[in-house]
Design a binder for this molecule. Structure first.
Ligand SMILES: Nc1nc2c(ncn2[C@@H]2O[C@H](COP(=O)(O)OP(=O)(O)O)[C@@H](O)[C@H]2O)c(=O)[nH]1
Ligand SMILES: [Mg+2]
Length: 388
């Protein structure tokens, strides 16, 4: 008698909510109720792991009371306070070590600024095959309420900088901690990096996790509205250390993937620099003869001067060479080379005894600082930045 094989019931995906909580007594109860409400609406099999990061208030007790009241809540406590990075790492380790690879881990702040109502659309993306779904402030339909303008600017600038230097396809919001992960990618992350998977102790940890998963996980974003007006306590983010931490993280994760510099491209790049510098000198020479004419007259006059036309031609050749180089070179190499052209012209002018206006020296200073920053920050194939 052939054996009757019953159809394999797809194993329901368990949802692991992970909440890093530091002095969140004012919001933790309402948040846990909200999570229970959303999870039961979705008929999810879920668990909530609250990592109490050495709170001085009754955050832990209130969460434990919810567990006693029957909610699937577990409370881990750090003693003393360790910081967001350590706390989120502990929560992710706890959840991923007990989850099945296809379970989903949802992380969010415990301050009610990130509404659990968005989690179903994020988990749906995990079910569609993505590894990471980020609740993003920078997608159509997204937004922020009640966030101080300076903070809005900083978060946006941070994400743009990261996107410039080390973009992840599908990601615009690199610092938001409201995410859904397929548990398996978190497990693999810890297998590969150990505790270094999240080595940042502060707020840069969110950017670090994304960068650690770059190239190994597929990312997608869902729009959400950050409700900072719902926050029931002040923010303790330390802005300057966090910016420094961002740069440190980029340097750390970028260094691991530095590629050898192609000599040919270097040579072409240098030719481009020289060509554009000489072109500058030609244009400058040509401009000298024109004196104080109107823009139109200058242009007309310039375009009839062979020396200026040669200069312009050389410039376009240099730019073409540049584009060729930039498309194959890492920012950390291409930018310094590109910039050195300008610096060369100004220095040559000074050496030639010309009065170089202070503004131009400021230009040189900014370029040099840019070169140092890019060289320190590490690598990003310009092609990817340009292609995005
Ligand atoms: N500020 C702060 N938050 C922590 C710490 N440990 C865990 N957290 C939690 O990390 C999340 C993000 O912090 P939060 O103060 O909300 O930052 P913000 O909303 O971005 O200003 C919240 O859920 C905090 O409770 C910590 O040491 N300091
Ligand atoms: Mg918050």
């Amino acid at each position: 008698m052939p054996e009757i094989v019953s159809p394999i019931e797809p194993k329901t995906r368990r949802i692991w909510w992970v909440l890093p909580a530091y002095n969140e007594a004012a919001s933790i109860e309402d948040l846990l109720d909200r999570i229970a409400e959303v999870s039961s609406e979705q008929e999810w099999d879920y668990r909530v792991i609250v990592v109490d990061d050495g709170s001085a208030d009754e955050t832990g007790d209130l969460a434990r009371a919810k567990a006693a009241a029957g909610l699937p809540v577990e409370v881990l406590r750090n003693e003393p306070n360790q910081g967001l990075g350590y706390t989120i790492r502990r929560g992710l380790r706890e959840a991923s070590s007990r989850a099945d690879a296809d379970d989903a881990i949802v992380t969010l702040d415990a301050d009610l600024t990130q509404d659990p109502i968005y989690a179903p659309s994020m988990v749906a993306q995990i079910e569609h095959g993505y590894d990471v779904a980020i609740a993003s402030r920078y997608q159509p339909g997204a937004g922020v309420e009640g966030v101080p303008p300076f903070r809005v600017f900083l978060s946006r600038a941070a994400s743009l900088l990261v996107a410039l230097v080390r973009p992840i396809p599908g990601v615009r919001d690199y610092s938001c901690g409201f995410r859904a992960y397929r548990a398996g990618v978190i497990d693999e992350g810890f297998d590969e990096h150990g505790d270094d998977f999240v080595s940042e102790r502060g707020f840069a940890c969110m950017m670090e996790i994304a960068q650690r998963l770059r190239g190994k996980a597929s990312f997608i974003e869902v729009p959400f509205v950050l409700r900072y007006d719902e926050k029931r306590k002040g923010s303790e983010i330390k802005i300057v250390p966090t910016i420094g931490a961002y740069a440190r993280v980029i340097a750390k994760v970028a260094k691991t993937r530095r590629k050898p510099v192609p000599v040919v491209t270097l040579a072409v790049a240098f030719t481009a620099v020289i060509t554009s510098s000489v072109a500058q000198l030609f244009l400058r020479q040509g401009a000298k003869g024109l004196g104080d004419l109107s823009i139109a007259e200058t242009l007309a006059g310039a375009l009839t001067q062979p020396i200026v036309l040669i200069g312009l031609l050389m410039y376009s050749v240099a730019s073409a060479l540049w584009l060729g180089v930039l498309s194959r070179m890492e920012l950390a190499v291409a930018y310094p080379l590109g910039a050195s052209g300008y610096v060369l012209v100004v220095v040559l002018a000074a050496v030639a005894g010309e009065i170089v206006p202070p503004l131009r020296w400021l230009g040189v200073l900014l370029i040099v600082m840019g070169v140092l920053l890019v060289s320190w920050l590490g690598v990003a194939p310009v092609k990817k930045v340009v292609g995005r």
